[in-house]
Write a protein that binds this ligand. Structure first.
Ligand code: DSN
Length: 417
């Protein structure tokens, strides 16, 4: 019996259940992934026991010689692969990375431009109940009705009209390339700071499959657990002139002790992200998403923007007589995990939504490829079309399980957590 099983069998059993869920279902939430055993080993290590408030060489506690080296390695690797001057690897999450930029640049009440949440923007880009919507004034920009691409003319017009202190280029449900050079031009025209949130596409950015914002943006924020395939957490990066104010906004501004075990996991993931295997993996993530989009269109689904350039597909269900929440539930019953998602100009409230967001990073980590995407698209279509037929849904669930067995994740005959 292992220590967790002995000390807390209740939590142990639930973790085992979750392991089975991840193993035998198709994880297609666009922001999720399966990090490597090496990352998990670092993250589950004795480093969790160390306090290290401050930064390498300037800590408030003794005994930091080892963690200093780890953090230095992590921030050097981050700066190198993202091509930026300075990286801070301490943010506990992507939202905290974003918050650090807001605090570095803006006084309360200041105005900024961010992508409309209903058009693919993120909570931390102006949701009224989030700090970004409560403390600051957001002016949202959106996508064009005709092609669902970011309306850069609208961004420029709003920037000239409102003279924002900051412009955010970034999204959590946008399937197309983001043109940072246009954002950079607009920001310079109105003397605004440009922040690029690359959380979703970080893996594509560091492998050159998506243009990098490093040249145009003053700040670049990311999470480490999405396409980047690292531990759950954030990184915030910037041009040299912002480095010291940014660091002080993270600590002591908004966080205490850094999570050194997570920072070690970030360091490992950043090393993995610099390998040719990682580039090849990102290529397959995009190839799989494109195949999935094409196949779903062949089955008669409308796809927002008519396809994808990245790791996600946004499906418009308005002509399928089913909303996003219902589709999420049907697919869950069939063993396919996705999330309901608003589509641009959505007539439904976000709790129901007219779309689903489907991502390929996690199933590509399992080595699934084009052949499997075709099969999965057929199951998604069949499940939605036969949503009231329990035996069809059950049979798809069994097929999903058989497919997952062919692409083992953790099991390989091992039990435990
Ligand atoms: N919750 C994440 C997503 O799913 O996009 C963003 O933080």
């Amino acid at each position: 019996m292992n220590p967790l099983q002995k000390t807390d069998p209740e939590i142990y059993d639930i973790i085992v259940q979750e392991k089975m869920r991840q193993e035998y279902r198709l994880e297609m939430i666009a922001s999720e992934n399966f990090t490597s055993s090496a990352v998990m080993e670092a993250q589950g290590s004795i480093l969790t026991n160390k306090y290290a408030e401050g930064y390498p060489g300037h800590r408030y506690y003794g005994g930091c010689s080892n963690v200093d080296i780890i953090e230095e390695i992590a921030r050097t690797r981050a700066a190198k692969i993202f091509g930026v001057d300075h990286a801070n690897v301490q943010p506990h999450s992507g939202t905290q990375a974003n918050m650090a930029v807001f605090f570095s640049v803006m006084e309360p009440g200041a105005t900024y431009l961010g992508m409309d949440l209903a058009h693919g923007g993120h909570l931390s880009m102006g949701h009224p109940k989030n700090f970004s919507g409560k403390i600051y004034r957001v002016v949202p920009y959106s996508v064009r009705r005709e092609d669902h691409r970011i309306d850069y003319d609208m961004v420029r017009t709003l920037a000239i009209k409102h003279r924002p202190r900051m412009i955010i280029a970034g999204a959590s449900a946008y399937p197309r390339i983001i043109d940072y050079s246009i954002f950079g031009e607009i920001a310079r025209e109105v003397d605004a700071v440009l922040m690029a949130d690359v959380a979703h596409i970080a893996g594509l950015v560091v492998t050159g499959l998506h243009p990098s914002p490093a040249k145009d943006a003053d700040f670049v924020t990311t999470t480490t657990h999405k396409t980047l395939r690292g531990p759950r957490g954030g990184i915030v990066m910037c041009k040299k002139k912002w480095a010291s104010v940014l660091d002080s906004c993270i600590f002591p501004g908004m966080q205490g002790g850094p999570l050194m075990h997570v920072i070690a996991g970030k360091a490992v993931a950043l090393k993995e992200a610099a390998t040719p295997q990682f580039s090849e993996y990102q290529f397959r993530v995009v190839q799989n998403a494109k195949t999935l989009a094409e196949e779903l269109m062949n089955y008669g689904f409308k796809i927002v923007s008519g396809g994808t350039d990245n790791h996600l597909v946004l499906v418009d269900l308005t002509d399928k007589n089913v909303n996003g929440a219902q589709a999420q539930e049907i697919l869950e019953a069939a063993g396919i995990t996705v999330n309901k998602n608003a589509i641009p100009f959505d007539p439904l409230p976000p709790g129901k939504a007219s779309g689903i967001r489907i991502g390929t990073p996690a199933i590509t980590t399992r080595q699934m490829g084009i052949h499997e995407m075709r099969i999965i698209a057929s199951w998604i279509s069949e499940a939605i079309d036969n949503r009231t037929n329990e035996s069809v849904i059950r049979r798809i669930g069994e097929n999903v399980r058989e497919l997952c067995v062919k692409f083992p994740l953790y099991m390989n005959g091992k039990g435990g957590v």
